[in-house]
Design a protein around this ligand. Structure first.
Ligand code: FAD
Ligand code: NAI
Length: 476
């Protein structure tokens, strides 16, 4: 058993871990990254949940299924006739797998470029040792390495419903949801959060009859109400059936599919019969096999590693980032924490601004936001002004053939500082960056209103919404 010594050991090679490893290597440290993910052939597959069964494959399928829907339903409006349109699901899934592999390979290349030592296997703490921490790697062979600093980035797993374990055949997590071999006639989803809406959209576009059962009485409670209402209207029109305020009861899975007993919002007993069921009710931090106890690493009641604002754990020189700690479970949040921790190890002032982390839901229309919602401002008693602008009045949106949605600003009533920007509509995943930059620089709504935006572009709706804060839109 070898015992190699590193400055920094990163456990987990998802977006948090692999980015932390690269930044630490850039800063001159001797870095190891341990990741246990296996591809279909048992080989390594760097990139974690995000690359393998999360952000990347879901966006690949969202894109493919959107093309299919456009070809079937909206090309005709543009004067393009499509006859004999058929779906080649095997090819669509194979393309998605190829996109995933490109990303896996890209990280291997980045590790080589940055001279990061990669260990394929499970990393677990052994003990605090001379010069840091001893970590065992259990892979094809077993070895032990020591690091002065350890960054834990072990991510999260899908949360199962009690009594309905994932079999990835009938009851699917996000993993199975991304590789259903044939379009189910009837698809059920539990949870109308981010995964429920994205995966529900994919399979609806491909032809499934989709029903989403949501426990909360409010649709997308974390989203600005006006935006959530607009999105719900669009999903209803598309035929995505979302039932709010339900209480899910017994789930039975058999050869014929899955039967879900539930109580509807009015208290009525209901049952839903589907071919496949996706359970998307949130994710739980993952510390399986990490042997946190061996070194006394503190976890909270949810199983998340306890960290301070700077990602320091209760142990000196042990850090934790990404989904395994508090905060939103987003790839870009994990990456920012990874960079900041590497910089703190180097004695620099790493920084993550939790107030300007953008959220995007990649449905059609897309939903994106940063900062506070109107309802949060009302609840906090802060005086604000709001302004919005519909894509219906935007020339580029008309040319695209997609005028759903709007851009909305909320700004401080006195100083005009932007406190939140909320969007629903075409390509708002890209438009939200302008709002993030503006908020990082503490811009006022007037600052955005005074900036020249290209015409015709969707970004003009952002400028107009900023003008609307001062009740002086030009095109509406
Ligand atoms: P992970 O990506 O989970 O990576 C952790 C890695 O550590 C894994 O490779 C795991 O195998 C490895 N590991 C765990 N324990 C050990 C151990 N003991 N030893 C060695 N290796 C170990 N976020 C977005 O921002 N945008 C999106 O569009 C988006 N889409 C998503 C879609 C889906 C379907 C899902 C499920 C998630 C999505 N997310 C998205 C969330 C995003 O995937 C996570 O926030 C992100 O992956 C967290 O990164 P991480 O590095 O903390 O953990
Ligand atoms: P989520 O937290 O977004 O949504 C879960 C939903 O399930 C909630 O609406 C909740 O009220 C509901 N729910 C919980 N228990 C329930 C029950 N027993 N019955 C019915 N409904 C119930 O979680 P989701 O969709 O699983 O995604 C997990 C996380 O992954 C997200 O929060 C996000 O952090 C990340 N993600 C991000 C994406 C993006 O950035 N585009 C895409 C997909 C996932």
């Amino acid at each position: 058993m070898s015992n190699k010594q590193f400055d920094v050991i990163v456990i987990g090679g998802g977006p948090g871990g692999y980015v932390a490893a690269i930044r630490a290597a850039q800063l001159g440290f001797n870095v190891a990254c341990i990741d246990e993910w296996k591809n279909g052939k048992g080989g390594p597959a760097l990139g974690g949940t995000c690359t393998n069964i999360g952000c990347i494959p879901s966006k690949a399928l969202l894109q493919s299924s959107e093309h299919y829907e456009h070809a079937g339903h909206s090309f005709a409006d543009h004067g393009i006739k499509v006859e004999g349109l058929t779906l080649d699901l095997d090819r669509m899934l194979a393309r998605k797998d190829a996109v995933v592999k490109q990303n896996n390979d890209g990280i291997v290349y980045l590790f080589k470029k940055n001279k990061i030592s990669f260990f394929h296997g499970r990393g677990s703490f052994v003990k605090a040792a001379e010069g840091g921490y001893e970590v065992k790697v259990a892979g094809a062979a077993e070895e032990s390495i020591t690091g002065k600093h350890v960054i834990v980035a072990t991510g999260s797993n899908a949360r199962p419903l009690p009594g309905a374990a994932f079999d990835e055949e009938n009851i699917l997590s996000n993993d199975g949801a991304l590789r259903i071999g044939g379009v189910p006639k009837k698809l059920g989803l539990i949870g109308s959060g981010v995964i429920g809406l994205e995966m529900g959209s994919v399979w609806r576009r491909l032809g499934a009859e989709v029903t989403v059962l949501e426990a909360l009485p409010t649709f997308l409670g974390a989203v600005d109400e006006q935006i959530a209402r607009e999105a719900k209207k669009a999903f209803d029109k598309q035929g995505l059936k979302i039932e709010l305020g339900v209480k899910v009861g017994e789930i039975k899975s058999g050869k014929k599919g899955v039967s879900i007993a539930y109580t509807d919002a009015k208290g009525g007993a209901q049952s839903l019969e589907v071919d496949k069921l996706i359970v998307s009710i949130g994710r739980v931090p993952n510390t399986t096999g990490l042997a946190a106890d061996a070194v006394g690493l503190k976890l909270d009641e949810r199983g998340a590693i306890v960290v301070d604002d700077e990602c320091r754990t209760n142990l000196p020189n042990v850090w934790a980032i990404g989904d395994v700690v508090r905060g939103p479970m987003l790839a870009h949040k994990a990456e920012e924490e990874g960079v900041a921790v590497a910089e703190r190890i180097a004695g620099q002032h790493g920084h993550v601004n939790f107030n300007t982390i953008p959220w995007v839901i990649y449905t059609s229309p897309e939903i994106a936001w940063v900062g506070q919602t109107e309802q949060q401002l009302k609840a906090s008693g802060r005086a604000y002004k709001a302004g919005s602008f519909p894509f219906l009045a935007n020339g580029r949106a008309r040319a695209l053939g997609d005028t759903t949605g709007m851009v909305k600003f909320v700004a401080d009533a006195t100083t005009d500082e932007i406190l939140g920007v909320h969007m629903v509509g075409p390509m708002v995943s890209e438009l939200i960056s302008e709002a993030v930059v503006a908020m990082e620089f503490k811009a006022s709504a007037e600052d955005i209103a005074r900036i020249c935006h290209a015409h015709p572009s969707l970004s003009e709706a952002t400028k107009e919404a900023a003008l609307a804060v001062d009740k002086r839109t030009l095109n509406f």
